[in-house]
Design a binder for this molecule. Structure first.
Ligand SMILES: [Zn+2]
Length: 500
């Protein structure tokens, strides 16, 4: 591992609950550092490396299978405790107050290219500023069985945010418009996203986040590179539509994951029917609806475009929510605290993504065998691992073939839950669209696939990448359900107030 002395020169980029991002302008890379509430949490370097290795394998195998061109595999680096401490001090004043109780720690971290800049082979026009738009497209696909309300989850979530006073009024952005592939609807979606960015639209210039995204400042900000244009905002939307639909990855096919048959599986309703009915009738009465028709295979989104790739990943989840919550609960009962690790290992298995159903079964068997050897002491404690007839421990084949709910076996549940985590990732990921104006003379040096002619006088070089591809925690199955219930309650309360 190389020395990381340069890390002290990094600048603050942003942070979430578990990680903090710093950027190195010299290297044009970003580093994702772990955060911790206690200073001395570097004792378990080995397991930290194992966890990161798993995340990297997950991106390398599974995610790249789906998002191919749009994803770079991060590099694992080792940062010294002393350097990280100095960096922590340096960036402290740039961090939001409410995040300060946790600080960055040394140890293993991941390094990605900085997508707010173009990669070196595309970055030819040195004098022009580089812009990057980051959007979170959210959920633009729903399988029919789940289609119980006239409005989509994202749009219902807006009522929740208003009720919780996070925003003043609902955004007009609907992910189904963006994923429709129809130009007019996409235009409306992107315009709405810019008007109400919330956390789903960010603009960078020269690697710096533009904080004030009010309409006027966007116009002003863009005017210097789009100075001859009457409507710089419309030009930006044109660039974004082109970036989202350009088929950069048209030559490869995403892997097919196994999908199960859920017909005839009887489970209790996970959401109160009265709540659903009330929300539905209010939405209908106030004519609140989204255009959620499923796009056909030959639909409008271009094959190989970033939107199509994310859409395909969202299509993986086709299990009714009443069923998946039962599967989740049973799976947790069966494997206890190891449930998440087993699913994550499964998704990070580099050979699983294009493998046949039989090979996947064999691979799971091997992993489970290893797991049983390591966990010997706890294995006997659960009756789930014993045969009902003679109380003998189950062998690995019997464990994987054991029925969990209806005709679904433990092996099937690995697929259902894995698909759900992949769907969730594709629902929460970010698309980075980076572009820079190009002189006519530079045109011939750039692959035409990366060029947009936005108007008679303006040509841009651009690139598209996807970020935020972490393995989701298995508990998100449960969290998403309880959020849906909260959102329904907020929807009812919001719409009832509208009626008065
Ligand atoms: Zn919607």
């Amino acid at each position: 591992m190389n020395g990381t002395f340069w890390i002290e020169s990094c600048t603050y980029r942003g942070e979430g609950n578990a990680n903090l991002i710093v950027a190195s302008s010299k290297e044009r890379s970003v580093i994702r550092l772990k955060k911790s509430a206690t200073v001395n949490e570097t004792d378990d370097l080995e397991s930290a490396e194992k966890r990161l290795r798993q995340e990297v394998n997950f991106i390398k195998g599974t995610v790249t299978g789906f998002l191919g061109f749009y994803v770079d595999v991060p590099e694992i680096i080792l940062c010294s405790e002393v350097e990280i401490r100095r960096l922590a001090q340096k960036i402290r004043s740039f961090r939001p107050e409410n995040r300060l109780e946790k600080d960055i720690i040394g140890g293993y971290a991941t390094k990605y290219p900085d997508y707010t800049f173009l990669s070196h082979h595309l970055s030819i026009a040195k004098t022009k500023p580089t812009y990057c738009v980051e959007i979170k497209p959210k959920q633009g696909y729903i399988y029919n069985i789940e289609n119980q309300l006239p409005k989509c989850q994202y749009c219902l979530m807006q009522y929740y945010k208003v009720e919780k006073r996070n925003i003043d009024s609902p955004s007009q952005y609907c992910p189904f418009d963006l994923f429709s592939g129809e130009e007019l609807r996409m235009k409306k979606a992107l315009e709405s996203l810019m008007n109400a960015p919330q956390n789903n639209f960010r603009l960078f210039r020269g690697g710096e986040l533009i904080k004030d995204m009010k309409e006027t400042s966007t116009e002003k900000l863009l005017s210097n590179f789009l100075s001859n244009e009457d409507d710089s905002k419309m030009l930006l939307i044109k660039i974004m539509i082109e970036a989202l639909t350009r088929p950069f990855d048209s030559n490869s096919n995403p892997p097919k994951r196994r999908s199960m048959n859920f017909d005839g599986i009887q489970v209790a309703r996970s959401i109160d029917v009265n709540l659903l009915n009330k929300a539905r009738s209010l939405l209908q009465r106030l004519n609140q609806k989204c255009q959620m028709k499923e796009i056909s295979q030959e639909g409008l989104i271009k094959k190989g475009s970033v939107l199509e790739r994310i859409y395909k990943m969202q299509q993986l989840h086709d299990c009714p929510s009443d069923v998946i919550i039962v599967i989740y609960n049973e799976f947790i009962l069966f494997f206890g605290t190891n449930a998440e690790e087993l699913i994550h290992e499964d998704l990070a298995d580099l050979c699983i993504i294009y493998a046949s159903t039989d090979d996947i079964f064999r691979s799971r068997k091997k992993r489970l065998e290893k797991w049983i050897v390591n966990q010997k002491s706890s294995i006997g404690s659960s009756d789930k691992f014993k045969q009902i007839s003679n109380n003998e421990p189950l062998n690995v084949n019997q464990i994987l073939e054991k029925s969990i709910i209806g005709s679904l076996s433990v092996n099937d549940c690995f697929d259902v839950l894995g698909n759900y985590l992949l769907f969730s990732l594709a629902r929460d990921c970010s698309i980075m669209m980076t572009f820079q104006e190009l002189d006519k003379e530079s045109l011939e040096h750039i692959d035409p696939l990366h060029i947009i002619t936005a108007s008679e006088s303006k040509t841009f070089v651009f690139d598209v990448k996807v970020l935020d591809l972490d393995l989701k925690s298995l508990s998100c199955v449960e969290k998403h359900l309880s959020k849906r219930i909260d959102v329904l309650k907020s929807t009812i309360s919001y719409l009832e107030n509208q009626q008065v």
